[in-house]
Write a new protein. Structure first.
Length: 144
C-alpha cells in the first residue's frame, strides 16, 4: 500500500483531499487540522450562530487570555457600573468591550470600550505621547 503525503482524509466528510485544503494546527502530529477547511468553516458557522456556544467561546477566550473567569469579568463590569473606565460610555458586554491589561506585566486593569482600547494601543501607553497630543490640541483649539 502506497502512502501519499500530499493528501489527507478529512475526519468530518471522510474525503481524501490535498493537504492544501487543510488548515494549520501545530499541536497535531502532522501539523494540520483534522477537518478540511470547508468542513471546519461549516462547523464554525454553526458554532458561532448558537448564542450559548458564542458566549462560551467569549468567556473561554477571556479566561485563556487574561485569567478572568466569567464571574470575575462580570463582577468587574458591575463594579464599573457597566461604563468604560476612561470615557464613561455605557458598555454593552459585546464585541466592542475589551479587557484592558498592562502589556509589560500582564496585570488586568479595567474593561474599556473599543474606542478607548484602540486609543490606548495606538499611543502605546506612552504618557509623553499623550502630553504632546494634548499640547497639540490646545495649540490649535479656538480660544474661549
Amino acid at each position: 500500500m502506497e502512502i501519499n503525503i500530499n493528501v489527507k482524509r478529512c475526519s468530518k466528510c471522510q474525503e481524501e483531499k490535498s493537504i492544501d485544503l487543510f488548515g494549520v494546527k501545530n499541536y497535531n502530529k502532522d501539523g494540520l487540522n483534522h477537518y478540511c477547511k470547508e468542513c471546519e468553516n461549516n462547523r464554525n458557522k454553526v458554532r458561532y450562530q448558537d448564542p450559548i456556544q458564542k458566549e462560551k467561546i467569549k468567556y473561554n477566550s477571556i479566561l485563556r487570555n487574561y485569567g478572568l473567569t466569567k464571574e470575575e469579568y462580570l463582577l468587574k463590569l458591575d463594579k464599573q457600573e457597566h461604563k468604560c473606565s476612561i470615557c464613561s460610555d455605557v458598555l454593552k458586554n459585546d464585541k466592542k468591550t475589551h479587557v484592558d491589561h498592562c502589556h509589560l506585566t500582564g496585570v488586568v486593569r479595567d474593561i474599556l470600550c473599543d474606542k478607548c482600547n484602540k486609543l490606548l494601543g495606538n499611543v502605546k501607553e506612552d504618557v509623553n505621547y499623550l502630553k504632546n497630543l494634548i499640547n497639540y490640541i490646545e495649540k490649535y483649539s479656538p480660544q474661549k
